[in-house]
Ligand binder design. Structure first.
Ligand SMILES: Nc1ncnc2c1ncn2[C@@H]1O[C@H](COP(=O)(O)OP(=O)(O)OP(=O)(O)O)[C@@H](O)[C@H]1O
Length: 584
C-alpha cells in the first residue's frame, strides 16, 4: 500500500490485511489483492459510502414521476389568478420556458427509469453448468410488493409472473419476471400453490427474504412511452379474469393512461397520467378488450343497446342504441344563428350519408400524444351536439366575447347573388358545378341542399382562419365529425350535452328559447322535441364519444360559456392530448 492508502475505507483495509494472512491461493489471491487496491474500486467505495451516509436523511427515489403534469396543473391554477398579481404572471412565464420544461421532462424520464441501457441477453449456455441463486431481502412496509407469482405450467414451479413497474420489487432492481422462487423466509415453496406462498408473505413481519433462481435476459425492461386514451370504463374489482385484483388499475372513459409495459399479450401495465403513484397497475390489453367486446356483442346483442356491460362502453341511456335509432336520421341543422327574434332558417342540410360506419368501431384505446400549442396557430374549436341543444347560441356568445379573435367561416353557396349582397360578407358565392366538384373532391367539411341551392363550409376556409392566428369556431352537424377530425384540421371537439330533461324544459322555458325544429324559429320547443334532444344526444355520444375532447352540459348558459372560454384558453396555451398520428 502506498501513502495514498492512508485514507482508505476501513473495511477495505481490513480485507486486505486478512488477505495477506492467506498463505495459499496463488494467482487468485494476488488478483483479488490487486483488485482491492485499485484506485477505481477505492473511488467507487467512497461514492457508495457517501450515498449511504446521505441516504440516512434523504430518500433517493423520486417523489413523483410526473413533474411536468403537475406543472400543467399549476398552469391551470395560475391562469385563473394571473391578473391578480405580477408575480403570478412571472411564475407562469417561467414555467412556460422550454428550458424549464425540458428539465422537468428529463426529471420524469429519470424517475420513470427511462435510461436503462439495452444490454444483450446473457447466453443461456452459461446457466447450464451451474445454477445461480440470488438471495433478495426486502423490508416489508404498507406498500404492496408490486409483483405477482404463478405456477409455471411446464415445470410446476413457482415463478414471478410479473413485476409492476415502479413498485417496490421493481425499484429494488433485484426481482424480475420469470425468476423461480425457491424459498420465502427460509420456507421451501416446493409443491406449494401461489396462494400458499401468498399466505407466507402475508404472515411475515419485518423483512422478507426470497431465494430465487434468476431468469436471464428478462430483467430491467425499459418503460414504454406509449400513452393511450381509454375509450371505456374499467373496474378491476368487477373483472373475474384479472390475474391479481390488487394489482388492477381502474380508469374511466377519457382517462389518459401511460402504458409502461406491453410484455404480456393480455395484461398491460399502466399508470393513469397525472397520478402521483409510481407503481403501475394491470389493465386489459387492446387485444383482450377487443375480444371481450366482440364476444359480448355476439352473445348479448343487448350490450349494443347501451346496457352497461363488464369492461364495455358504458352508456347512460339505453334508448339510443345504434341498432334502434331513436329519431329519424337528422336532416336539418342551422348554419346561421337563429336569433331570439323569429327568423327563417336559411340553410337546411340533408346529409344523406348514413352513420353506420362507426357502429363497428371497437372502443378500446386510442394512442395519443401531446400537441404543443404553436403561436399564431390555434386548433379550430368544434361544438357538436344534438340539434336544438344550444351549440349555435354558445358559438355566438363565445364570438361576442372577442369578435377579433373568435371567428366562424363564411359559408359557400351556389344560390344566385343578390345585388345588395357583397361576395364574402354573409356568403361566398360559387357556381353550382364548381361547388359540386369541390364536394366530390372532399373539400367541404359539411354541405347540404336547400330549395335547390347548395350550401356548405369548406375545409380551406377553416384553415385560412387558423393560419391567420385567429380561433376558428364551428358548430357543424354532428355527422360532419368524420370529415372534420383529421390530422389536417386537428379540431378540439367539445360535446354540448343537454341537462336532464326536467332541467332542459325549465331552463329553455324560462329563457323563452325558440325551437330550432321550426323553420321560422317562431315557437317554443315541444315536449317531444325536448325528448328528442336528450335521446339524440345520448346516441351521438354513443357513436362518437371517443372523438370528444371535452363535454359541456348546457344547463345554465353563463356557466356553459365560462367553461367554453376556459376550454378555448387551454387550446391556445396548453399542450393537449391528440391522436398520436396528428403529431408524428
Ligand atoms: N342554456 C340555455 N338556457 C336557455 N336557453 C338556451 C340555452 N342554450 C340555448 N338556448 C336557447 O335554445 C334555442 C336553441 O339554441 P341553438 O339555436 O343554439 O341550438 P342549436 O344547438 O344550434 O340547434 P340547431 O342545430 O337545431 O340550430 C335558442 O333559442 C337558444 O337561445
Amino acid at each position: 500500500m502506498d501513502s495514498s492508502s492512508e485514507h482508505w475505507d476501513p473495511a477495505l483495509t481490513r480485507l486486505l490485511a486478512s488477505l495477506r494472512e492467506v498463505q495459499s491461493g496463488g494467482e487468485d489471491v494476488a488478483f483479488l489483492s490487486e483488485l482491492l487496491q485499485s484506485k477505481q474500486l477505492h473511488a467507487l467505495v467512497q461514492v457508495h459510502n457517501k450515498i449511504v451516509a446521505k441516504g440516512k436523511d434523504d430518500k433517493f427515489y423520486p417523489l413523483l414521476s410526473n413533474a411536468m403534469q403537475v406543472t400543467l396543473e399549476v398552469f391551470e391554477l395560475l391562469h385563473n389568478v394571473v391578473s391578480v398579481s405580477k408575480e403570478y404572471g412571472e411564475l407562469l412565464s417561467l414555467l412556460q420556458k422550454p428550458h424549464f420544461q425540458a428539465i422537468l421532462c428529463t426529471h420524469d424520464a429519470v424517475a420513470q427509469k427511462d435510461y436503462y441501457p439495452h444490454l444483450p441477453d446473457i447466453p443461456p449456455e452459461l446457466d447450464d453448468e451451474e445454477e445461480t441463486v440470488k438471495i433478495v431481502q426486502l423490508v416489508k412496509s404498507d406498500e404492496p410488493l408490486g409483483a405477482t407469482i404463478k405456477t409455471d405450467e411446464e415445470t410446476g414451479k413457482i415463478v414471478i409472473a410479473r413485476v409492476m413497474h415502479g413498485g417496490a420489487a421493481d425499484r429494488s432492481g433485484l426481482i424480475h419476471a420469470g425468476d423461480e422462487v425457491i424459498e420465502v423466509n427460509g420456507i421451501s415453496v416446493e409443491n406449494k400453490t401461489p396462494a400458499d406462498v401468498l399466505s407466507i408473505l402475508q404472515s411475515s413481519e419485518g423483512t422478507i427474504t426470497f431465494k430465487l433462481v434468476p431468469s436471464f435476459g428478462k430483467g430491467g425492461s425499459r418503460e414504454s412511452k406509449v400513452r393511450v386514451r381509454a375509450l371505456f370504463n374499467y373496474n378491476s374489482s368487477e373483472d373475474p379474469y384479472i390475474p391479481c385484483k390488487e394489482a388492477g388499475l381502474d380508469f374511466k372513459k377519457g382517462d389518459v393512461l401511460h402504458i409502461v409495459s406491453q410484455d404480456d399479450a393480455y395484461w398491460w401495465q399502466a399508470r393513469r397520467e397525472g397520478d402521483r403513484v409510481m407503481r403501475a397497475g394491470l389493465i386489459p390489453s387492446r387485444a383482450l378488450q377487443e375480444g371481450r367486446i366482440i364476444h359480448e356483442r355476439q352473445t348479448d346483442p343487448q350490450t349494443l343497446d347501451g346496457k352497461p356491460a363488464l369492461c364495455s362502453v358504458s352508456v347512460t341511456n339505453s334508448d339510443c342504441a345504434p341498432k334502434t335509432p331513436c329519431s329519424p336520421t337528422p336532416t336539418a341543422t342551422a348554419l346561421l344563428p337563429c336569433k331570439s327574434t323569429p327568423k327563417v332558417k336559411k340553410v337546411i342540410y340533408d346529409i344523406t350519408e348514413n352513420d353506420d360506419f362507426d357502429r363497428e368501431m371497437i372502443p378500446t384505446y386510442e394512442e395519443v400524444a401531446r400537441l404543443y400549442p404553436r403561436p399564431g396557430m390555434v386548433r379550430p374549436i368544434v361544438l357538436v351536439g344534438a340539434p336544438g341543444v344550444g351549440r349555435n347560441e354558445l358559438r355566438r356568445r363565445l364570438i361576442a366575447t372577442d369578435p377579433e379573435k373568435y371567428v366562424t367561416p363564411i359559408p359557400f353557396t351556389s344560390r344566385p347573388q343578390k345585388s345588395s349582397e357583397p361576395n364574402g360578407k354573409d356568403y361566398m358565392f360559387v357556381a353550382r358545378e364548381k361547388m359540386e366538384q369541390d364536394i366530390a373532391d372532399g373539400k367541404f367539411i359539411e354541405h347540404g341542399e336547400y330549395k335547390g341551392n347548395l350550401y356548405g363550409t369548406s375545409a380551406e376556409s377553416v384553415e385560412t382562419i387558423v393560419n391567420s392566428g385567429r380561433v376558428c369556431v364551428l358548430s357543424p352537424h354532428w355527422q360532419a365529425l368524420k370529415m372534420l377530425r383529421t390530422p389536417r384540421l386537428r379540431p378540439y371537439i367539445v360535446f354540448i350535452r343537454p341537462p336532464s330533461q326536467e332541467r332542459l324544459v325549465e331552463t329553455r322555458t324560462a329563457a323563452n328559447a325558440r325551437s330550432t325544429f321550426d323553420k321560422e324559429c317562431s315557437r317554443a320547443f315541444t315536449e317531444e322535441e325536448f325528448s328528442d334532444i336528450v335521446r339524440s344526444s345520448n346516441r351521438i355520444n354513443f357513436l362518437y364519444g371517443y372523438m370528444f375532447d371535452e363535454e359541456i352540459v348546457n344547463e345554465d348558459l353563463a356557466a356553459a360559456l365560462s367553461q367554453l372560454l376556459k376550454a378555448a384558453w387551454r387550446v391556445q396555451s396548453e399542450p393537449l392530448w391528440v391522436p398520436a398520428s396528428w403529431v408524428q
